[in-house]
Design a protein around this ligand. Sequence first.
Ligand code: FAD
Length: 379
Amino acid sequence: MKKRVLILGAGFGGLELASSLSEALGDTIETTLIEQSDHFVFGFSKLDVMFGMAEAAAVRVPYKSIAKPGLRVVRRTITAIDPAAKRVTTDNDVFEADYLVIALGADYDVAATPGLAERGYEFYSVAGAERARTVLPTFKGGKAIVGVCDAPFKCPPAPSEAALLLHDHLEKRGLRDRSEITLVIPFGSPIPPSPDTSKALVAAFAERNITFVPNRKVRALPAGARVAVLDDGTELPYDLFLGIPKHIAPAVVTASGLTEQGWIPVNPRTLETRHPGVYAIGDVANPGTPKAGMFAEGMAKSVATSLIAALSGQGKPVPYPGAGSCYVEFGAGRVGRVDVDFFSGPKPTGAFHGASTALRADKEQFGASRRARWFGLKG
Ligand SMILES: Cc1cc2nc3c(=O)[nH]c(=O)nc-3n(C[C@H](O)[C@H](O)[C@H](O)COP(=O)(O)OP(=O)(O)OC[C@H]3O[C@@H](n4cnc5c(N)ncnc54)[C@H](O)[C@@H]3O)c2cc1C
């Protein structure tokens, strides 16, 4: 009987792992990728949708175009995970595996911030970005806040990017002079591992008159007051609130008993959980690196080497390096890049590549290369 690998979740991590296994082992093994949605969306596309730079329909990449030897993609909602038995229950059936990889990402707990659902606009989900997109054209100028409600959150540069793109949006509509933009984040600097990137972002905020409020979270948007209450009690008036909601592990993961302090603890180099043959990768795992697609992809590549070695004797496991590059939108069509490395030295580092139009082309190529590798799509 062929060995069975079960991958839960077809996001950055699951797609990269499934592609790597198919490429190396083809149909000598049986890989099943379980996903509840019929399409994938790159995280950064949500900013494009919110600011009207892309239609939601255009950024959906359908799973039905995936055709890879040894890989079966099944559309199911996972309802229970038994890590000890490597058994997964879905809304339709039960799957058993020799190796189980959990790549279910992070969910949002919008209700954890009172008033966010009623008076603010979260833009971290596609539905939220679409709602924000419909309200932005109705904003006539005033006080706008981009605020983070809790940590950890996906893609640490994204709130800064949203503030800079909001500036462009308001300028284009002739409303910037009548508007104030405030950015609230829970870190002391926009990108803590990279002082150079942080410096460039803080300079970009200053040039655009964006008020930067570090080391704070947004605790509530109380009814009737039009103020955002921060975790030190400060009240910031707003007319438009764009929020990053509290992130949580999907409920099915928490119910499996795998989480500690909210996320799945793993060996940071092998991504193994405490159950033999069970791995966790991407946003749902906590290896000590940020929640970002590039890191999810890096974890998938490492787990792929372990599974390929175990299943075929080819090669040997390559430890997860804890390093990756993130593109950063600086507005005005320019993109910067930060190459972060969490594991090599005594403390994390981040090399900054200044914003340019050439890096925008690189970012586009990054998306196109994943569409080609994971989905077999051109362009
Ligand atoms: C606004 C924004 C901008 C971003 N920009 C960047 C960027 O520029 N660069 C970058 O590297 N990262 C970026 N990210 C972060 C990136 O999108 C995530 O970190 C990445 O998608 C995580 O990959 P993952 O595989 O862990 O999870 P995901 O990609 O979230 O995939 C998890 C999958 O599991 C599925 N799933 C969940 N529960 C179930 C269930 N019960 N049953 C079946 N399926 C289920 C989901 O449908 C989903 O497809 C951004 C995110 C946001 C919100």
